[in-house]
Design a protein around this ligand. Structure first.
Ligand code: B3K
Ligand code: ZN
Length: 872
């Protein structure tokens, strides 16, 4: 199969001005009548036939301007409908098709989730509902009439505003007509029918438009939607305040469904959500779940402008909406919670998901240049690195010019399908800066390696900083150019205060940021009286792998004094990584005293936010350590080193940790706010350390917390601690948890996931056994991700068992799943994306496993693509 290439982009030959859909819902034979007002694109190929995409469609009937078309006048297959001789340059095409939502196990197009009807169209699902030019640069105004059995689907929703609804006389059916005045691409179409309860609310926009808000959930779950509703209203207000963007319809609806391939979808006026990102109560959701709901609700809402009002010309521009919208949701959460804590957790996610992707065979630019299966490009690179690129733009331009650029982009492209070039042009114009070198961040894959060597010259009273950058080769990109690096910097004097920064050439440093543009570049700071300590890339201002000549003592100093909280965190992590890498390599941990002292100081600092302390004091995870080691990784050695360091820290800081555990107990009632969540995070980290040695009293305390907890955060944290130790308490707690929540699938996911992560030899068998339970289902993406996904991505010692049984298991799952849901199968297979960093034995096993996939006949495009690229 040929790849789709960015270079081959051509404007659509035909445009669609309006779409009238008449959809009659039926479990196995849903009838779709579509009336398209087609018009030849003056900017397109003037002789091109009308070519509409389809995917698995059954054509019933076809009419042009009201006249039925005879067989010879068109070509139809399940994949396409072609009119070689259109009657004129403007005509109406009416097409009737049949689809079977019950048979749709891919969860793309129109499908059923627990008897409700719902849709997912991005990127190419609309063609599974009706024939259409299913590409993001064809924008049309939609009117949708949907009808269904009143008993089966009392609620009928689509995009836009409700025009009319009512019973269909003499039948048991009813209908609703929805109209969306904003032209949109087909990927933003949505439809829902089912038995759902509405949680209502309202919002008045800054300019006075009243908006009816609704969150639709399974009856009985209404109370669990209040936090999501609150997050929605806060998001709406925030986008007005921070970006000047108001909502633009009379209605905004969100529907929570149980079977969903990803987190959520930003369909115009009708967001559809994985219920995991809507439903929360103190008893069933952790603080992390609440934060996830807040950010996904915000993310999808923010797409109304960054994605919907201004959409993408083609799927290569996906980061135009995704990178920007992730940046916007990160900023929202920072403003609503703690900015430093949010930044630390975002950078951890970035490094865990994107740096590892960029270091392996699946590496690709933020804007890829070709693809075989677009569904495989909803990646950490497009989303998370895409957000970092927007963040760098803001750092380089400053707040005012950044906002001016955003405003210009929206003003110029409202109602358009835009490109990255359009986006950058708006910022270049608003700021007067040349962004041509900056644009490399979109086209060049790979994480730059930056080395910074500082030298204090007491005689000259200068501090010289020599910077080198180099981006390692990535697939299809052997040669790399230097990129623009905005590096936020501080030089910290012996008293712990930042020194004033003056460069020798008189340049000043707006916002304390140096801009590196060359492969090698030096900066000389003058008027420096004593040896300063370098704090570079503050706030992780550029997404790079940075190495410096800082000594352990400097890191201890930074951990104690840096006024940049991110670098304080990073200094502690840096110390831990040094110890863990040496420990994993030699089998013996080097002296951890500097780290212990730095950790003790931080723990004792009463001015610090507990949430920040919890981040800074957590030992890097096994995957993070493996990433830092980079090659020849032995997961068992990593695990052993990490456990040893954890026990050392627990012993050395026992008293302080006991105090923290005692002092941080939060009085009821539970509140999901950032302050209370931070206290729980630090207290539960203390519990984890204090239990790490497995002492019976410690286990008993964890068990007591598990039993007494009045909220899921504390209960789950205690369970997570208990599952690390093979004791009777573990089995009792797991049983108890199961019995309490057996009817609550989202909570059972936590139970599945924790067991999949047990670092013991019996875990693979346990995981296999769990797949047989009635609470598990390979047909539900959340269950698969919770159990299989956690095993493959969060249990390195067991997934990468030296005997290859973990790898074999994943391949069996992927091959079994592929026929039903290729997207989820491909996601699971991408757990192998880091296999080249493993030691030779495990690397060979992973490669054999991938070859077994690649050699299987009849695979989906999704899985073929991941297997092929992983092996390349
Ligand atoms: N835009 C959707 C993602 C669709 C993924 C399709 N495989 C959700 C989001 O990023 O907001
Ligand atoms: Zn998005």
């Amino acid at each position: 199969p040929h790849p789709v290439r960015l270079a081959d982009y051509r404007p659509p030959a035909w445009l669609v001005d309006t779409v009238h859909l008449d959809i009659s819902l039926h479990p196995t034979a849903t009838r779709v009548i579509s009336r398209l007002a087609l018009r030849r694109n003056p900017k397109g190929d003037a002789t091109a036939p009308v070519l509409l995409d389809g995917d698995g469609l059954t054509l019933v009937r076809l009419a042009v301007d009201g006249t039925p078309l005879a067989g010879g006048a068109y070509e139809a297959s399940p994949q396409a409908l072609i009119l070689r001789h259109p009657p004129s340059d403007r005509f109406t095409l009416e097409v009737e098709t049949l689809v079977d939502p019950t048979a749709n196990t891919q969860l793309m197009g129109l499908y059923r989730s627990r008897d409700n009807y719902c849709t997912q169209c991005e990127p190419e699902g609309f063609r599974r509902i009706t024939y259409f030019p299913d590409r993001s640069d064809v924008l049309a105004v939609y009117t949708v009439r949907v009808e269904a059995s009143r008993a089966e689907a009392p609620v009928l929703l689509s995009n836009g505003n409700l025009e009319r609804s009512g019973p269909i006389p003499d039948t048991d059916r009813h209908y609703a007509i929805w109209h969306d005045p904003w032209p949109k691409p087909s990927y933003l179409f949505a439809l829902v029918g089912g038995n759902l309860s509405k949680v209502p609310d309202h919002f008045v926009t800054a300019s006075g438009r009243p908006v009816d808000l609704g969150i639709y959930v399974e009856p009985g779950k209404e109370a669990r939607a209040t936090y999501a509703m609150d997050a929605l209203k806060r998001s709406m207000r925030w986008d007005e305040k921070v970006f000047g963007r108001e909502y633009d319809l009379d209605v905004f609806n969100i529907v929570a469904v149980s079977d969903f391939n990803m987190g959520a979808m930003e369909n115009k006026g009708l967001n559809i959500f994985n219920d995991k990102y809507v439903l929360a109560s103190p008893e069933t959701a952790t603080d992390t779940d609440y934060a996830g709901i807040e950010s996904v609700i915000a993310h999808e809402y923010f797409h109304n402008w960054s994605g919907n009002r201004v959409t993408c010309r083609d799927w290569f521009q996906l980061c135009l909406k995704e990178g920007l919208t992730v940046f916007r949701d990160q900023e929202f959460s920072s403003d609503e919670r703690s900015r430093p804590v949010k930044r630390i957790s975002d950078v951890r996610t970035l490094k865990a998901a994107q740096f590892t992707e960029d270091a392996g065979p699946l590496s690709h630019p933020v804007r890829p240049e070709s693809y075989h299966e677009i569904n495989n490009f909803y990646t950490a690179t497009v989303y998370e690195k895409g957000a970092e690129v927007v963040r760098m733009l803001k750092t380089l331009l400053g707040d005012e010019d950044f906002r001016a650029g955003m405003d210009l982009y929206y003003a110029r492209h409202d109602g358009d399908a835009a490109t990255i070039e359009d986006f950058l042009a708006a910022f270049a114009e608003a700021s007067g800066r040349d962004l041509s070198q900056f644009a490399l961040w979109y086209s060049q894959a790979g994480t730059p390696r930056v080395s910074a060597q500082g030298q204090f010259d007491p005689a000259a009273r200068t501090y010289r900083l020599d910077i080198r950058q180099e981006t390692p080769p990535t697939p299809a990109q052997p040669e790399k150019k230097p990129v623009v690096l905005p590096l936020a910097i501080g030089l910290i004097g012996p008293d712990g205060q930042d020194l004033p920064l003056t460069l020798d050439d008189g340049r000043n440093l707006p916002r304390h940021v140096i801009e590196v543009t060359q492969a090698e570049q030096s900066f000389v700071f003058t008027g420096i009286d004593a040896r300063p300590v370098l704090s570079l890339n503050r706030g992780f201002s550029a997404p790079i792998n940075l190495s410096t000549n800082l000594a352990d003592a400097d890191l201890v100093f930074l951990a104690a004094h840096d006024r940049d909280p991110f670098n304080r965190f990073d200094a502690l992590q840096g110390l831990a990584f040094r110890i863990l890498k040496a420990g994993a390599a030699s089998g013996t941990l080097p002296d951890a005293a500097p780290l212990i002292e730095a950790a003790r100081l931080l723990l004792a600092d009463s001015t610090l936010d507990p949430a920040f302390k919890a981040q800074a004091l957590a030992i890097p995870g096994e995957n993070e350590i493996a990433r830092e080691i980079g090659s020849n990784v032995d997961p068992d050695a990593v695990f052993t080193a990490r456990r040893a360091l954890k026990r050392q820290l627990a012993t050395a800081l026992g008293t302080e940790l006991e105090e923290a555990y005692a002092a941080l107990a939060a009085p009821p009632p539970y509140s999901p706010g950032a302050a209370a969540a931070g206290r729980r995070a630090l207290r539960n980290l203390a519990l984890d350390y204090l239990t790490s040695g497995g002492a019976p009293e410690a286990i008993a305390r964890a068990k007591a917390q598990f039993m007494a907890a009045d909220n899921m955060t504390d209960r789950f944290a205690a369970l997570a601690v208990l599952v690390q130790h093979d004791t009777p308490e573990r089995a009792e707690a797991l049983d108890d948890f199961y019995r309490r929540f057996v009817t609550d699938p989202l909570v059972i996911d936590k139970w599945l996931s924790l067991q999949a992560q047990i670092p013991e030899a019996g875990t693979l068998e346990r995981v296999k056994d769990l797949t047989l339970l009635p609470v598990f289902s390979m047909a539900n993406p959340n269950r698969v991700r919770a159990l299989i996904g956690a095993f493959a991505t969060a249990n390195p010692t067991q997934f990468h068992r030296p005997d290859g049984a973990g790898h074999d298991f994943l391949v069996d799952v992927v091959l079994g799943l592929d026929a039903k849901n290729p997207q989820v199968a491909a996601r699971m297979l991408s757990a192998f994306k880091t296999f080249r960093q493993l030691e030779p034995l495990r690397r060979a096993s992973a490669e054999r496993a991938l070859r077994r996939v690649a050699a299987t006949p009849g695979l989906s495009a999704d899985v073929t693509d991941i297997a092929t690229r992983s092996l390349s």
